[in-house]
Design a binder for this molecule. Structure first.
Ligand code: 5GP
Ligand code: MG
Ligand code: MG
Length: 181
């Protein structure tokens, strides 16, 4: 597929992300400071950079697991149908669980995933997302912690892709097309 030419404008710098993660990890360490049963669950693939930085700031005994749910394909449109492409390796019954997501957009993904995980009877289930687009919400979902609230823009970087590219950018950027189609 031929990609229309675009540039990426910095929206949130690597430094601002690191400062935010330090702040969030202090709150999470406080919330889960009383447990040795915490499983940190990353939603593949967009959260892989965020979860890597976040867990290294957590002063807690944790396990890490991953789950992959389908949302966007390779395009820029959200889909309301959520499917589990890869389930957790471990059981979470009686465990404390922190679900780590890159972006809450319509909210369908996290609404579906948290409902599924809740049905497995964890002791405690919390969610954190680096980014939130509140103006796009369709499902009734609210994360327990949010890094940054952003406007309705298509973003990339820091684990987040556009057609599978740009995940390795150290900052969050905004895609801007340089030609009319
Ligand atoms: P939701 O189910 O909340 O609509 O979708 C959440 C998922 O949509 C996110 O985990 C992310 O994969 C994708 N998404 C939402 N907004 C963006 C965006 O601006 N850029 C990219 N690359 N993916 C996004
Ligand atoms: Mg995602
Ligand atoms: Mg994606």
């Amino acid at each position: 597929m031929e990609q229309r030419p675009y540039v990426i404008d910095v929206m949130i710098s690597a430094k601002a992300i690191a400062a935010k993660i330090e702040e969030l990890s202090r709150e999470i360490t406080k919330e889960f400071g009383d447990t040795d049963k915490l499983v940190v669950v990353g939603l593949l693939r967009g959260s892989f950079v965020f979860i890597a930085d976040l867990v290294r700031d957590l002063d807690l005994p944790i396990e890490v697991d991953f789950l992959e749910a389908s949302s966007y394909g390779d395009g820029m449109e959200s889909s309301r149908e959520v499917r589990i492409l890869k389930d957790l390796r471990g059981a979470i019954e009686g465990r404390d669980v922190l679900v780590v997501e890159d972006i809450v957009d319509t909210g369908h993904t996290l609404a579906h995933v948290t409902k599924l995980l809740q049905s497995r009877n964890p002791a405690r289930l919390k969610t954190i997302a680096l980014l939130d687009k509140p103006s796009r919400r369709e499902a009734d979902f609210k994360a327990d912690w949010i890094g940054f609230s952003i406007p309705d823009e298509f973003v990339v970087g820091y684990g987040i892709d556009f057609a599978q590219r740009n995940r390795n950018l150290p900052f969050i950027g905004k895609v801007r097309f340089t030609e009319d189609s």
